[in-house]
Every structure is written in C-alpha cells, then in structure tokens.
Design a protein around this ligand. Sequence first.
Ligand code: GLC
Length: 383
Amino acid sequence: MPGRIRILFVSGVWRWGGGAEAVLLDLASRLDRSQFEAVLATSADDSLAGRFRDAGLPVHVLPSACFPPPTLRGAMTRRIAPMLDLLRAERFDLVHTNCDRSIIAAIDSATPHGIPVVCHLHDMIRPWFRRNVRTRLQRASAVVVVSSTLRAFCVERGLNPGNLHVVYNGVDPAPFHVAVPRRSAFRRPLGLGAAEVAIGVIGNLSADKGQEHLLLAAAEPALRALPIRIFLVGEDWTANRANERRLRRIVAERGLEDRTTFLGFRDDVPALLAAFDIIAAPFRLEAFGRVVVESMCAGKPVVAYRRGALPELVRDGREGLLVPPGDIAALADALRRLVLDPGLRAELGTRGRERAGSFTPDRQVGAMQALYENVVRRTPSRR
Ligand code: GLC
C-alpha cells in the first residue's frame, strides 16, 4: 500500500472525561505510526483537543454547527461546509466517527468524495439510532460496535449484520497493576480505616450510572450496620447539576453522610481502585462498561446489574456478582456477601484480573488496524 493510511477521527464531543473519548485517544495514539497517521477533528478547543496534542497528534477544531444533535432542529442548523473544506484541503484515506453527533456530517461530507467512513458506536441510550442517523450508518463502510450486546441491538434496529464488527475496547492493565501494592498509601487520604470496606462507583453523576441505587442499597438493613464507606467518583456534567443535588439529598435523607464521599471527576482511577474493596456497577444500559474492565485489572470484585453488556464482561460468581436490574434489595444482598467475605472478594478479584486479559489494547488496536486496511483496500484509489 503506498504511504501511510491517514485517518481523520471525528468527535463532536470536545470534553475529556467520557469512556468513548478515552477509547478514541487510546486507539489513535496506539496505532502503528509506520502505517497509520491519526488526526482529530473536534468541535471546540478544549480538553479532548489538549489530550490529543499532548499525545503528539494534530487537531482541527471545526465549528460546533457541524455537530448538532441528530434532531429535526439539528438538521436545520447543521453546516457541513467546514468539514468538506477540511477533507478537500488535506488528504485523508478514511474518516472514523466516534459519537452520535459526528455521523451525519462525516457521511454526508466524506462519502460523496469517495472517502470511506468507519462509524464507532459506543452507546445504546443516546440518539445514535434515530432514523436520520440509521440511514447514514447504512452508508458507512463499516460500523464498529463495542460489544455483542450492542451488535444485537443494532441488528434489531435494522442495520446490516454483515457490516457490523464487534471490537471490544482494550484497557491497559499496567497502571492498575502498578497501583495495587500502594493500596495503604491510597487509602490514607480517603480516611479509610483498616476495618472499613470501601465500595466505589465510577461514572459521571447521571441517572444512567445508577449511583442512586447504590445509595438506596447502602441504606438497606442488609448494609446499614456494616462498616462500609461509599465513594462516588464522577461529575454531574449537566448545567444545573440536578442529579448531583438529588444524590446529595438522598444521602441526607437516608442518614448516609458519615459514610458517603463525593470525589468528583478524578484522573487517578488506578489509585482509587487500589484503595477500594468492591466496585458497584448498577448501570442502566452500558454498551460496554470500561470501568468494569478497569476494576478487573485492579483485581477488584464487581457487583453489576445483569443488563446491557455487563454480563459479557463479568460472569456471575466468577469475576463478580450479577443482580437483576433495579433490584435494590438484591444489590444490597450481593454487596453484603462481599463485605462479609474477604476471601470471596480476593477470589473474584483474582479471576477478574485474568479475565481483563481478554480486553487488551493490543487486541483492539490490531482489530481496528486490520479493519482500516481492509476498508481502504476495498475503496477505489483516489491518490
Ligand atoms: C460509552 C458507553 C460505555 C463504554 C464507552 C467506551 O461511554 O456508555 O459503556 O464503555 O462508551 O466504549
């Protein structure tokens, strides 16, 4: 193949903090640079752009009007001209979209010029599957889904099964392994006593991540009398912070103040996971659930809802415990079992560490590179 494959990664999301953006940066920065060249186009000069530049990758900032939500109103305000200009000004062999808002603009500007588009789907609950997005996804050269659960979801919504590729996200275990031996140093700043069992939940403070369920479980009689501490890691990104206020209200109403800590957005998740004892994943509907793999890398048992892709990652009784979605009493019981049984925690954690070996960056990057090569090879040469 003549020269390197030059990929434009497009993300209407401009902020650092979400799983999909972490996956994007990881992928773009791990590509074999002798064969691939990664460039980012995003909608604001903000934290995502900063992370890409820090990784030595070039960034273009396009007007946010390129990336309106895929609604009727969005259709009226969308302007794809800046993306078209970029595709004309520089040579790209492929465009990779990473969010719901980037799909329409990428397909509409790249495909008429014969540039193939790969759409990476990360969610089941955002407006990725509106009709106007689906018609574009049908025109993508390949659609990458992060789990078999998401694949089935796409097939149900009419996407061509032959064009759907399951590529699991990869998580580099190294930072998690390195942090584990420093557990006591990381527990100190959290004020954790030796006898206390720390239960963490990691994810932005939103109804989708189910922090409320964990708080309600902590207030159940099954857990009330046990020496547990609850840590909420994540931020409420919404303007009015309604969910955070709601969570704080529950903490006050249920008398959980002395055992609950809001840690906000944290960049030191490996250290926190080393400090915690149990990870709760009462998530509403994950397409993957990256923090669950991170928890397994750290050797921590996971208590998760049996829903979305979580059962693909964590197997009940092997790496964690799965409970029926929304069942607070079952969530409390599963946590209680683990709080009372350090041996079981260690056993599930050890198996989790092994299991995490199925979700390595090498696998993910290898699969993506093969896919990019295949897509470019199939595309008539424009060079
Ligand atoms: C989205 C999904 C999450 C997944 C991440 C990376 O944030 O909600 O489940 O882990 O993308 O693919």
